[in-house]
Design a protein around this ligand. Structure first.
Ligand SMILES: [Zn+2]
Length: 133
């Protein structure tokens, strides 16, 4: 079940994770696909783990933005906050995170993918799109 604004759980910072159940990750994909979303943060479904999933198959654990460049303005939607919001974000990002097996990794994203990942990392930090406008 998706938590909706103003549920106080959504504005809490999720602590670093040292273990994440496979079941939690598969639940996240299930909810994301069920709602036709392109990304989901664990705390949106009430899980206190620092995990985001992004279509088609990305799983990022403890993601941190380590570099960002440029700006891009897009209309965003969120399963937890009904409506359309115009949000300005970094156009290019580099993130460091762990895989589902806690292997450290580093990725670069740009454009829409970069925006989705920033949106989902915001969730883990208790920030919603209505705070970004
Ligand atoms: Zn969202």
């Amino acid at each position: 079940m998706i938590l909706l604004y103003p549920d106080p759980f959504l504005t809490k910072v999720v602590p670093q994770s040292t273990a994440v159940g496979c079941k939690d990750i598969s639940n996240m994909f299930e909810v994301m696909n069920e709602h036709n979303a392109i990304g989901l943060a664990a705390n949106q479904i009430g899980l206190s783990v620092r995990v985001i999933v992004v279509k088609p198959w990305w799983v990022f654990i403890n993601p941190v933005i380590t570099k960002s460049k440029g700006t891009i303005k897009l209309n965003e939607q969120c399963l937890s906050v009904p409506g359309d919001f115009e949000v300005t974000r970094a156009r290019e990002i580099e993130i460091e995170c762990q895989t589902s097996r806690f292997k450290p990794c580093k990725y670069e994203f740009s454009g829409i993918e970069a925006c989705i990942i920033q949106h989902e990392i915001d969730h883990l930090n208790g920030i919603l799109i209505n705070d970004r406008t």
